[in-house]
Design a binder for this molecule. Sequence first.
Ligand SMILES: Cc1cc2nc3c(=O)[nH]c(=O)nc-3n(C[C@H](O)[C@H](O)[C@H](O)COP(=O)(O)OP(=O)(O)OC[C@H]3O[C@@H](n4cnc5c(N)ncnc54)[C@H](O)[C@@H]3O)c2cc1C
Length: 488
Amino acid sequence: MKKIIIVGGGVSGISAGIYAREAGFNAEIFEKSHTAGGQCMGWNRKKHHIDNCIHWLTGTKKGTSLRKVWEEVGALEPDMEFIYDDKFYTTYVGSENVTLWKDLDRTEKELLELSPEDEIEIRKFITHVKYAECCEMPADKPMDMMGIKDYVKMGKSMANMPKVIKEYGGIDLQDLSDRFKNPVIKALMTDYLPKEYQASSFIVSYATVACGNGDVPAGGSLAMVNRMLRKYQNLGGIIHIGSTVKKVCLEGNKASGIELMDGSIHQADYVLLATDVMEAYEKLLGNEYMDKKWKKSFSDVKKYPLFSGLQMAFSIDKSAYPYRGTIFFDCKPMSVGEKNVNRIFVKSYEYEPDWAPEGKTVLQANILQYDEDYEYWKNLDSETYNMRKNQLAEEVMQRILVKFTDLKGHIELLDSWTPITYERYCNSYHGAYMGFITRKNVKSFRVKGTVKGIKNVYIASQWIQAPGGLPVAVTAGKFAIMRILKNI
Ligand SMILES: Cc1cc2nc3c(=O)[nH]c(=O)nc-3n(C[C@H](O)[C@H](O)[C@H](O)COP(=O)(O)OP(=O)(O)OC[C@H]3O[C@@H](n4cnc5c(N)ncnc54)[C@H](O)[C@@H]3O)c2cc1C
């Protein structure tokens, strides 16, 4: 039986391991951390659980090809329970607010009541979100392995997508926001995703959530990863945790295996790199093997921006916070690195009562961080870094208290973390937790994940296709195994 070594035990790596075992390969995952999951993570603080990934999982709708993949890897079960929420998120400007409901007619009505002068743009927006409900990520096979029949099938099922791309593919979220007159709707359009994103990405995101294809599985991120890991191990897959890979061992144009930091060598017929892509090339394989597309994109952050987050988790008394879900609000400006921040988002986790002691729940806050913010954090010495992180957590807490006054005396900081945290724990390039942002008029990033010049090494991570995220990660693992099988 041929052996595949997989470097990285995140969603991409475990997915690859499961498909490798199903295809009859021996599979061994090497993961540097002491738990699997990578960025799909959660941890405990002061008897609270902090879930740090799934805000929405694309592919939860039954009958879609992505749902089939999630079930194949054991991440979702056929009778999976999902957290009920009737909305995507709520935006506040001052005391005025508006919500993107799952019920699109309700959203339309609410937007029209708030701003009749924006009627044309509101109706256009809702119509196109309805069109985008048909949008499905191809998960059966990679695009380049699709035949005419597959394209015809995809074209039929996504018949309305060209209309969405035509109207919103050439503008970004800032442009979309500028189309509206009402300040709350303007903020609504740029709150959820970085404003550099092509507007069509946001239309598709909202449509995905609205049509029930982007729900949150009960138990959250860690429970999902653990289900995948169980499936992998039940299939006979092996995982070595706490095992940092130093490099891929090359013999001519072939990999013979890997070397760990402890100097041990592990032989394999195939090596699959399911780490962050910079880690894969810069440290494990050698930059000279990096695909030109990646090189170009990483060297042009304006065209291919990346983002991360400055985040905090608080324990709050449930009784003092009668809200649910994700809320964006404006606040007194505060300086984060080189920038002034005047909007924050909070998300509450009251839907998982086991994640906090009786009467409490977790409230998380997030402030978007770009490449230059990463540089800011990276250049601080460890004492200043910790001091600044704690100061900002306090400043964020004060702003939460201004917005939600009933929380006074009912809120306590649990933890705070920055882009550096993702770099440290997952070797994530500049702390980025998604792939490149797809900008207007820039071709969406996609590569095959093969390595020119080395036959038996493949890249299987969220980086092979923009915008990354869990759906790309799980299919990257599957597709890498399909490519190996095709090339045998
Ligand atoms: C705050 C946050 C919120 C998110 N929200 C969502 C969401 O709502 N929906 C969504 O779809 N996605 C979301 N994502 C993105 C999602 O988590 C990632 O896209 C996905 O987990 C990436 O999986 P991956 O396996 O490709 O990479 P990773 O998770 O980065 O896994 C790579 C693994 O490789 C390991 N590794 C690295 N270097 C080495 C080495 N040298 N040797 C051994 N092991 C190594 C790392 O420790 C890690 O475990 C979110 C991410 C974050 C951080």
